[in-house]
Design a protein around this ligand. Structure first.
Ligand SMILES: Nc1nc2c(ncn2[C@@H]2O[C@H](COP(=O)(O)OP(=O)(O)OP(=O)(O)O)[C@@H](O)[C@H]2O)c(=O)[nH]1
Ligand SMILES: [Mg+2]
Length: 253
């Protein structure tokens, strides 16, 4: 394991919502679409949060646990279960205000070399160029720690994290570790994540679920900077002029 680190820039996050609000929001998740290629993904105009990590790390299970739905994402004992980018919409009253992306895992030995290379290219392109990508949740089995492949992913996303992309390391399967082991791996991973957020999580014991849900809610509902009075005045349309629509709908879901 190398000692590279990644430190997200401070963003303007709203105060953490009540856990019930965050979990209620998560529970609204519904399947949106699935795609094997980047260009098959629909453009979206709400924050997109991607779950990435080694095969079998627990990405799909984490999504099911957060959304309190047993089979929203395909989880399996067999590594390599998720083979497409699967998108899920979140939002009350059917109004999408965020999207979760479940990505295929990397590092699965039984995959052919050509499939590995193809998937690596899709994933790197996704991480580098997906404009709606607002946050990345890197899932990691704490018994393995951040592996070389995870470190390579950190390098790929580093420039975007430095520009404000949100980043969280979730250490899954915490139920496999004692409390003392959890404390140790948390502090080691925090060092590697260079001060970035790291959280312990167990789908089995429901550990860390509220915490992660609250953080993702914050990512998806950033505080909009208040317009400066002078700038606001200068930008104000002349009396009687029609206000421009706030959003063009060319990128809508
Ligand atoms: N004990 C325990 N097992 C877990 C936990 N989370 C996931 N697992 C198990 O880990 C295995 C892999 O889980 P998945 O959610 O399918 O992993 P994935 O990262 O989506 O895997 P790929 O789709 O292959 O990339 C399954 O057998 C899960 O039941 C957890 O918190 N505790
Ligand atoms: Mg999966």
């Amino acid at each position: 394991m190398t000692t590279s680190s990644i430190a997200p820039v401070a963003g303007s996050l709203p105060p953490a919502p009540d856990a019930k609000i965050a979990m209620g929001w998560m529970h609204t998740a519904r399947f949106l679409t699935t795609a094997a290629q980047l260009h098959h993904l629909p453009p979206i105009d709400v924050p997109e949060i991607a779950f990435v990590g080694r095969s079998n790390a627990g990405k799909s299970t984490c999504i099911n646990t957060l959304t309190q739905q047993k089979q929203l994402a395909f989880a399996s004992k067999k590594p390599g279960r998720t083979q497409h980018i699967n998108l899920f919409s979140l939002g009350k009253q059917g109004v999408t205000d965020a999207v979760l992306a479940d990505l295929p895992g990397y590092g699965y030995a039984a995959v052919s070399r050509s499939d590995k290379v193809r998937w690596q290219q899709v994933m790197v392109n996704y991480l580098v160029s997906r404009t709606s990508l607002t946050g990345i949740v890197l899932l990691c089995d704490p018994r393995l720690g951040l592996t070389e492949l995870d470190e390579a992913l950190l390098e790929v996303v580093r420039p975007r994290v430095e520009e404000g992309l949100k980043f969280l390391v979730v250490l899954t399967k915490a139920d496999k570790l004692t409390r003392a082991e959890q404390a140790k791996v948390l502090s080691i991973t925090r060092l590697h994540a260079g001060g970035g957020e790291v959280k312990m999580f167990s789908a089995l014991k429901k550990q860390g679920v509220d915490d992660v849900a609250q953080l993702l809610w914050q990512w998806a509902h950033p505080v909009r900077p208040a317009a400066e009075p002078e700038a606001a005045e200068a930008d104000a349309p002349p009396a009687g002029a029609d206000a421009a629509p706030e959003n063009s709908d060319k990128n809508s879901l």
